[in-house]
Ligand binder design. Structure first.
Ligand code: ADP
Ligand code: ZN
Length: 522
């Protein structure tokens, strides 16, 4: 391209877009000027364009590192369709195909070369990227850069080798891109890729077109079918944690006349890519999947994401819901929450051998539980988690701000729970405390003779889930605090004592959408 061409005219020419999205131009210009660039932008922010455009405009080949081997071919096809000469090298190519790609690289005819990270680490490979001065890469673009951080949700050991790029190619600019919102991961990326001097952009993580809704999971089959049926013909993703529940949910939807398919790691690779293609072509409306599905899937018009189970942390929830509405149109995120889900996730944590790591996972899960169980503006909470202040009084884009909750005085029920905690010495878990108040007859209650306590069964007229929500609200309000043991138990605080002895009132939000439940008195 000649030097008079401006980035915006190339934007129009090759993509047909009339203007840049926020921050894109700054990153594009940095790379064009030979500077390092670091873009932290949410999914749908338009990161790929930030390196594709300079790759097209600059002489030489830009080397793009991506962990998404399965998607490289699609990315390359898409780039080629836009008139960008691209090719990829990964383990799916035959020896001969790989040799052909390298000779195109050496001939200098490629704008972009996509590489899996492990390829770069092969002995001698980095050298083969610089046959002579002219053919040194124009820059390196590191896609999904959070894969380099152990703090991220998707650490790839192969990415660690990228820390050496600076030494191997001291004069080649590096552009790093990620949708990871946590500061900690961003700092880690910056340090490992030596991006101290880079032009940095951190976009807002507020996805204005997403509506967030959390409902308590009562009768998931009905809830799921009702929701999906009102959106027939739209594309949606349903996330479930286990393969079994993925299958069951897909069957359920199909039995209700919904065009759905299952997707999980237990299926053949071929079958998976076939289903993924069908989803992208709109031949399938609803993908029911484990979280293995979605990273990097370029379907811009996903209109809703349903979580049938609690995600294991807020970061995952944010990334998974983020796959809705990449085209900027209004989209819906529904989370069905049941406290029992967190217990199932906790069991997986038992397999983590590193103590600190296990504790960290447990803390992150607890933050997710709070997000789901304690009402408040969902958007404010999400952004708070990423240290991003939110200015508006009400976001207008979540169930809380829409007025689905009312504030009620809950001083009496709070006292019942606080009393149960106090009388059992703050040594028992949340489930057990709720069992006492609800008057359940479990083995543990018998064992400790907690059916002899004056608080035993005082809350029989309400379901256990109600007691759980009060207990969560007391933790959120600071009347109870969780101990730091491996199995955290709620303990009374000074603020809790004030409520217990009637010196302070306690109010909490109540979900107006919950139908009164029949209480079984077993
Ligand atoms: P990310 O990788 O950040 O999730 P993508 O690069 O996949 O985002 O871009 C998301 C969608 O936005 C794509 O469909 C892309 O074509 C579109 N897009 C990117 N930049 C622009 C722009 N400047 N104007 C209009 N659409 C854009
Ligand atoms: Zn809100």
């Amino acid at each position: 391209m000649n030097s008079k061409t401006s980035p915006s005219s190339v934007l129009r020419e090759i993509y047909g877009f009339s203007e840049f999205r926020p921050h894109q131009e700054k990153l594009v210009r940095a790379l064009l000027e030979g500077k390092d660039a670091f873009g932290v932008m949410p999914t749908g922010g338009g990161k790929s364009l930030c390196y594709q455009l300079p790759a097209k405009m600059l002489a030489g080949t830009a080397v793009v590192i991506s962990p998404l081997i399965a998607l490289m071919k699609d990315q390359v096809d898409a780039a080629n369709a836009n008139g960008i000469d691209a090719a990829f090298l990964n383990s799916t190519l035959s020896q001969q195909e790989a040799t052909e790609v390298m000779s195109r690289y050496r001939a200098g005819t490629l704008d972009m070369l996509y590489l899996a990270p492990e390829r770069l680490a092969l002995p001698g490979f980095a050298d083969s990227l610089r046959q002579n001065q002219q053919q040194a890469p124009s820059f390196f673009a590191i896609d999904e850069a959070h894969c380099i951080s152990e703090w991220g949700h998707d650490f790839r050991p192969d990415y660690l080798f990228l820390s050496q790029l600076r030494k191997l190619f001291p004069n080649t600019p590096v552009g790093a891109f990620t949708a990871t919102a946590t500061e900690k991961v961003a700092a880690d990326i910056e340090q490992r890729l030596s991006l101290g001097e880079a032009v940095k952009v951190r976009a807002s993580f507020d996805r204005k077109n997403l509506f967030y809704e959390v409902r308590s999971k009562k009768d998931w089959e009905r809830q799921m079918v009702d929701f999906v049926k009102t959106r027939s013909g739209q594309s949606g993703i349903v996330y479930r944690t286990s393969r079994k529940s993925v299958e069951a949910t897909a069957d359920l939807l199909k039995a209700n006349g919904i065009n759905a398919a299952a997707y999980h790691a237990g299926m053949e690779a071929e079958q998976r890519s076939c289903i993924q293609d069908a989803f992208i072509r709109d031949d399938i409306d609803v993908m029911v999947a484990t979280v293995a599905f979605g990273m990097g899937v370029d379907k811009a018009d996903v209109r809703y994401v349903i979580h049938g189970d609690l995600p294991k942390n807020i970061e995952s929830y944010y990334q998974e819901t983020g796959r809705a509405g990449r085209d900027g149109d209004d989209s819906h995120c529904l989370l069905l929450y049941s406290p029992g889900d967190s217990m199932k996730i906790r069991r997986f944590f038992d397999d983590i051998s590193d103590e600190a790591e296990r504790q960290r996972s447990a803390d992150l899960l607890q933050a997710m539980e709070r997000f789901a169980s304690v009402p408040g503006c969902r958007r404010v909470r999400l952004l708070e988690y990423f240290n991003e202040p939110y200015q508006e009084e009400s976001c207008g884009g979540c169930d809380f701000c829409k007025g689905e909750f009312i504030q009620v005085d809950a001083s009496r029920p709070a006292q019942m729970l606080l009393s149960a905690v106090m009388r059992t010495g703050g040594k028992f878990g949340a489930v057990h405390v709720c069992d006492i108040v609800a008057g359940a007859s479990t083995a543990k209650i018998k064992q400790f003779e907690h059916d002899q306590l004056p608080t035993y069964g005082v809350g029989r007229d309400r379901p256990k889930s109600y007691w759980r929500s009060v207990l969560d609200a007391l933790i959120a309000g600071g009347q109870l605090q969780l101990s730091t043991a491996q199995f955290p138990v709620p303990q009374l605080t000074e603020a809790g004592a004030e409520v217990l002895y009637g010196r302070e009132k306690f109010s909490m939000s109540e979900d107006t959408r919950v139908e009164p439940e029949k209480v079984s008195r077993g």
